[in-house]
Write a protein that binds this ligand. Sequence first.
Ligand code: MG
Length: 323
Amino acid sequence: MKEFDLIDRFFKHGGHQRKDVLVGIGDDAALTKVASNQCLATTTDTLVSGVHFLPDTPPRAVAYKAVAANLSDLAAMGAEPAWISLSLSLPDTDESWLAEFTKGLYDLSQYFSVQLIGGDTVAGPLALTITAQGFVPEQSALTRSGAKPGDWIYVTGTVGDAGAGLDILKGDLAAAGESADYLIKRHQFPSPRVVAGTMLRRAASACIDISDGLLADLHHILEASECGAMLHVDRLPISEALTELVEEQQCFQYGLTAGDDYELLFTIGEEYKSQVETAFSSFNIRATCIGQVTGVAGKTDLRLNDKPFKHSGKQGFEHFNAS
Ligand SMILES: [Mg+2]
């Protein structure tokens, strides 16, 4: 199948159609409209087989996660996603692989009314780059740089699940059954916190999505905001599945350092605390206060039951290497 046939067959007609797309796939470039009071947020992410995902990952999960990672970056800015474009490098034209891949691509994009507006395919090792764009009203985007001493540190959902799921797939963590399946699903099909991101506009002083690991991503906020943090390890939101499969210390380890959870880590000032908590609970989105920003720039003070806590091992999550 030639490239044109491939794009035509799998990408041109599927997916959500938006009114702000004047020209979609099929011309030299897409034409889109941005409302005058909105900022355009743009992010891009490349996933390479054997570096960012295991070579035998189901094609549906490969596409789903690539979209999720990009929408998660938009969510971390408080942006509402609108369009994605895809560049796909494929070793061969396996139609059943592509059909499954396309399903994964459209799962989340349909749900969030996102349209695929551009596509390019080349022959080569399996890799994909997705660029996502979305809108955020002027003056209300979330960045990493606004945290202030005294602000509260929150995280959505639960942390450490995706890292444990990856370890199960790699055979580094022996587990089976429902809890293991749940963790693997959290690794392969993460949920970008799009709604939470838009709810935090103006209220959060800083925000980031957890891709490298909680401590590493918190460090990005602290660096950009020139602050420090006090983190209560015993307050980390750990899922029942993870609690069931590993010991408490290892739960903390996963929660602090494992990546790819795509939860939002954010800071809010005292004046917004109860407002944000009420909003999150009425939308049924879990958000847990895990610590507070301090004035000691660059230092993260870890506490367990109010005593100093030392975590072992690496701080950040590095993507595995298949070799
Ligand atoms: Mg990010």
